[in-house]
Ligand binder design. Structure first.
Ligand code: C5P
Length: 314
């Protein structure tokens, strides 16, 4: 039995370029891995089976559309072996929340099955399989802080000092990532700027944001936070503006929608402030619940490797 812990992410910068011919958008995407995460356990089994536990378990698809099941099958196909694994997801990351929880489970299943089946797949190969699964899956393997280009899968680890403290306000109900990207395109068309690759300049990482991360400076990072999908998420879910305002009123240094939303992320000074902002947000009635956490943390890694199984626990 192998258990893998995997982080959720917040995008401290999400620069969105024009719509490409393949339906994706070029990004300048600064991923930041947070301690709030899922655990995926893999046991020997017949075929790929999937179970899930946690407050949002009922919202998690348990069929072959689940990225964890797809990851197990893709890894087995890559090595020309039968995909035999009983997978279980302990789900803490909000479902369809803009924190890449499904992608995280895909990355965790890759690492768990790799260990369960004793494959020792080199990291570059795992990253390539991860990119096939989805734009955010490679980052969940790496963790830390990284700049994602292309559709988000071309990763460059970034320098970061110290620990940053966060609060995540979980909304009722998710938002569809493709729908938020489509709304972003629609808003750009409506504003007259156009939405194609020809119309929108290729985004780049903000030097002030990179300096704030490298310097471990939460005040500077708060000032540099930015998400080009935020207007689209707010357009589809206007009530998120109340949540962002409530967190700022409670003392957060900065606030933004996490990825495609609807989870809202609040950067705070320290762990004490995280607890008080989380309590104020929960009491505000603008979100279902608010969770304090911190980062950066490492990517998907084995935390339990029971005796009698082949595999590695590194
Ligand atoms: O790669 P992933 O499956 O997570 O992407 C889900 C959807 O989000 C894509 O089908 C696309 O509509 C949108 N997307 C995008 N540009 C990106 C990443 C995702 O338009 N860079």
């Amino acid at each position: 039995m192998i258990t893998v812990r995997v982080p959720a992410k917040v995008n401290v910068q999400l620069g969105v370029g024009g719509l490409r011919g393949d339906g994706f958008h070029d990004l300048a995407n600064v991923f930041f891995a947070v301690a709030l995460g899922d655990e995926v356990t893999a046991r020997h089994g017949a075929g790929v089976t999937l179970t899930c536990a946690g407050p949002d378990a009922a919202l998690v698809p348990l069929d072959d559309t689940n990225l964890a099941a797809r990851a197990a099958r893709l890894l087995a196909a890559h090595h020309g072996i039968e995909p035999n694994a009983a997978l279980h997801i302990d789900k803490a990351v909000p479902v369809a929340g803009g924190m890449a929880g499904g992608s995280a489970d895909g990355a965790a299943a890759l690492v768990a099955c790799d260990a369960l089946w004793g494959l020792a797949t080199p990291l570059p190969e795992l990253l390539a399989i991860a990119a096939e699964l989805g734009s955010d899956v490679p980052f969940a393997l790496l963790g830390g802080v990284a700049l994602g280009r292309g559709r988000g899968e071309l990763l460059e680890p970034l320098e970061v000092a110290g620990t940053f403290h966060w609060v995540f306000a979980v909304a009722d109900g998710g938002l569809s990532t493709p729908a938020v990207f489509r709304e972003c395109d629609r808003l750009r068309e409506r504003a007259g700027t156009g939405s194609s690759e020809r119309d929108v300049p290729t985004p780049d990482a903000d030097p002030a944001l990179l300096a704030a991360l490298a310097g471990g400076d939460p005040v500077a990072l708060a000032a540099a936070l930015g998400n080009d999908l935020q207007a689209a998420a707010l357009s589809l879910r206007p009530a998120l503006a109340d949540c962002l305002a409530a967190g700022l009123a409670a003392g957060a240094l900065g606030a933004l929608v996490s990825g495609s939303g609807p989870t809202c992320a609040f950067l705070v000074k320290d762990a004490l402030e995280a607890a008080s902002v989380a309590a104020a947000l929960t009491a505000s009635g603008t979100c279902r619940t608010a969770l304090p956490t911190h980062g950066p943390v490492p990517g998907a890694r084995v935390i339990t490797s029971a005796d009698g199984e082949s595999g590695r626990a590194d």
